[in-house]
Design a protein around this ligand. Structure first.
Ligand code: AMP
Length: 280
């Protein structure tokens, strides 16, 4: 497993693999790796001959009052998790490497970037689209692997890839959860034991939506009310949004249908968590 921190080294390593006819897969992460990330690495290994993982806490996707400085940085442990998975290249650039001094070019995926998390986190998806575009240019993967956990991010990246004609296959892997239902997230590390328990309300609310949908309820407002009632059982948790949207456009839906995305975001203490489920 090769570790590189510069764009030039990363490019050279990938081009070398491509010269050997290898199919290159990319797993982009912010580190503090957990089972969700590892599932993406395994999906990449299963369909690619050369797997690159990037670890970069991207400053432009954090708002001024968000957790950029305290975001967990655990490079040593991350390396030890990637090595046994057979990852070929780990790219860990410094901020100045990805944002050369005076960088003023950004990628903005209009409209859908203002929905779901984009509404509560202005500028977040501009930061995401920009860094993913940069990583795509540097690493030129044949396929890139993303988690359904960040469903809005998936919609934005798919749109960007289509609009900017990146010759890259986007593969989306399912949400990996702990045994009790909590979706793995690097931010779970912020939770106290009591908050860790309260955080289960997100997956519980989504399961309730799913149950009512399966029982025949299609009215979005009613499904949202069901989830609100579940959240009400944990008054310490503050709901940011509960929405049922089209999974491609992230536009609100009046009637739920197969493929509709039910997505929630909530603050548990000061930690903002997200989760979702696709109906049907
Ligand atoms: P992050 O390091 O949070 O930027 O996440 C890197 C990638 O891992 C993204 O594509 C996420 O959607 C994915 N990911 C994060 N958590 C999970 C999870 N619990 N299950 C599956 N994929 C995940």
């Amino acid at each position: 497993m090769k570790l590189v921190a510069t764009v030039n080294e990363a490019r050279a390593a990938v081009r070398d693999a491509k010269r050997q006819g290898k199919r290159v897969g990319l797993v982009a992460t912010m580190g503090a790796l957990h089972a969700g990330h590892i599932s993406l690495v395994r999906a990449a290994k299963a369909s690619c001959d050369f797997v690159a993982a990037s670890i970069f806490v991207n400053p432009t996707q954090f708002g001024p009052k968000e957790d950029y400085t305290k975001y967990p940085r655990t490079l040593e442990a991350d390396r030890h998790k990637l090595e046994p998975e057979g990852v070929d290249l780990v790219f860990t650039p410094a901020v100045e490497e990805m944002y050369p001094h005076g960088a003023t070019t950004f990628v903005n995926v209009d409209e859908i970037s203002e929905r779901l998390d984009g509404r509560s986190r202005p500028g977040h998806f501009r930061g995401v689209a920009t860094i993913v575009a940069k990583l795509f240019h540097v690493l030129e993967p044949d396929a890139a692997f993303f988690g359904q956990k960040d469903a809005a991010q998936v919609a934005i990246i798919r749109r960007m890839v289509r609009d900017l004609m990146f010759p890259i296959e986007i593969v989306v892997a399912p949400i990996i959860r702990e045994a009790d239902g909590l979706a793995f997230s690097s931010r779970n590390a912020y939770l106290s034991p009591e908050e860790r328990r309260q955080a289960l309300v997100l997956s519980r609310a989504l399961r309730e939506i799913e149950t009512r949908y399966r029982a025949g309820e299609r009215d979005t407002n009613k499904l949202i009310e069901t989830a609100r009632a579940v959240f009400a059982t944990e008054p310490a948790v503050r709901v940011d949004y509960i929405e049922l949207v089209d999974s491609e456009t992230l536009g609100a839906r009046a009637k739920a249908a197969s493929g509709t995305l039910a997505a929630v975001a909530a603050f548990v203490g000061t930690t903002r968590l997200i989760d979702n489920v696709r109906l049907g």
